[in-house]
Design a protein around this ligand. Structure first.
Ligand SMILES: [Fe+2]
Ligand SMILES: [Fe+2]
Ligand SMILES: [Fe+2]
Length: 418
């Protein structure tokens, strides 16, 4: 089932990350344009268009780690002085959480001087050197404005910057007028044309989106635990409610992405250790409209409709549209129950997880009031223990992956600082 096009994986990734840190993603998009044009000038058309599109996608994400290591901080500080932490996290995110495993090292060395990049054969060393030049060019053209001169790095050719990469940049500038297109914004249309060439398999698309949710989750364990829990509950429920394989696929994507709009909500609100004010509640509720703005036109309508209904309730008391039960389908009702159970069974900043009896009572009461689907609640309460055992297993796997990533950070840091 083709629920999302390859190019839209890029846009979803970019827009969720942009929502977390617009500066990092705007710099990423501009850098990706410079790299794209440089690679097109490589002799003998070394790469196919889909490969160039993948490198450009990777370049958009080159500072991804900064959002973990230096959230909201001045870009210049982590880009020029203490640059290893964000480079390592970006590398590890890509290595563990995306299909770009073989290219993750490009991110690890994106700030390393040409002379210092390990010389042992790595098939993408050329790309490392090109990305190094491309990202610096964007930084300096932004900082210096009209005083910027793209020849300014020539004096470091062969030491800090690769001669070949600088040569490609000069050629690309002559051929495509990179810097004027960056100033006018014209580069955006050209990038959009490039991303039409992306080709990912269904498995790769899934891995990207799951990875994205993990990356977002790295700002708070709650979010990450919630995604894993909700997916596992929705899956267990759908097994018990005999829904078709196609519907399961729709439900998987919907559950995975249903709270992606939380990227726009500050932690002060999403993790406030107290009751929210009315105004804060209104803000929190906008996460549904945010996810709509990110996904509309980019994902299957069934997936989006399911997502849009995750806070609706059968008696019309939900949001954003106050739908009634006859306007909702089974997938929506499963996600509503999975989301409610996730909220009750996972810890919150303001309270501990609720015990089984309390959760079951709340679910039954909500079903009685016509808020949650009766059939779904019956499955959830009947098979509660099995469902939660599955959740425990998946959460443990996720936490061990999280620890592995943290340990790898320490190890990589030592290795690269030797
Ligand atoms: Fe950068
Ligand atoms: Fe960087
Ligand atoms: Fe939500």
């Amino acid at each position: 089932m083709n629920l999302v096009h390859s190019k839209d994986i890029y846009y979803i990734f970019r827009d969720v990350m942009r929502c977390l840190d617009p500066k990092v993603m705007n710099h990423g998009a501009r850098t990706s344009y410079i790299l794209y044009r440089m690679l097109q000038c490589m002799e003998g058309k070394k790469f196919e268009m889909y490969e160039i599109a993948e490198f450009a996608f990777l370049a958009t994400l080159h500072d991804l780690g900064a959002y973990k290591t230096n959230p909201g901080e001045d870009q210049l500080a982590y880009e020029t002085k203490d640059f290893m932490p964000h480079s390592i996290y970006g590398y590890l995110f890509l290595l563990y959480l995306t299909p770009f495993k073989d290219r993750a090292k490009i991110i690890l060395y994106h700030h390393t001087d040409y002379q210092k990049v390990p010389k042992q054969a790595y098939e993408f060393n050329d790309i490392i050197h090109c990305l190094n030049v491309a990202e610096k060019m964007d930084m300096y053209s932004n900082i210096l404005g009209s005083k910027f001169d793209y020849m300014m790095f020539q004096k470091h050719a062969g030491t800090r910057y690769s001669d070949k990469a600088l040569g490609l940049l000069y050629q690309a500038e002559k051929k495509y007028n990179i810097f004027s297109k960056l100033s006018s914004g014209e580069y955006k249309n050209e990038l959009a044309e490039l991303y039409e060439y992306l080709i990912f398999t269904d498995e790769e698309k899934k891995e990207f989106l799951v990875g994205l949710m993990y990356i977002v989750g790295f700002r708070s364990e709650y979010t990450m635990l919630d995604s894993v829990t909700a997916i596992q509950i929705a899956e267990s429920l759908s097994d018990r409610l005999m829904i078709s394989e196609d519907e399961k696929e729709i439900l998987f994507y919907a559950t995975l992405l249903h709270d992606a709009g939380m990227c726009a909500i500050s932690k002060d609100i999403s993790e406030a250790p107290r009751k929210l004010t009315d105004e804060e509640m209104q803000t929190l509720r906008t996460h549904v409209e945010v996810v709509e703005s990110i996904l509309k036109g980019r994902i299957d309508e069934g997936v989006l409709d399911t997502i849009m209904a995750h806070h609706e309730r059968g008696d019309g008391s939900g949001y954003p549209k106050r739908l009634k039960s006859d306007q909702m389908n089974r997938l929506m009702r499963i996600l509503q129950v999975a989301d409610t159970m996730t909220g009750l069974t996972n810890p919150r900043s303001y309270r501990d997880p609720k015990p089984k009896e309390v959760v079951i009572n709340i679910l039954k009461e909500e079903a009685e009031k016509g808020k949650l689907g009766k059939e779904v609640v019956r499955a959830a309460t009947t098979y509660y223990d099995e469902i939660m055992a599955g959740v425990k297993q998946k959460s443990d796997e996720m936490l061990s992956m999280y620890r592995k990533l943290q340990d790898s950070y320490e190890a990589t840091y030592k290795q690269t600082n030797q």
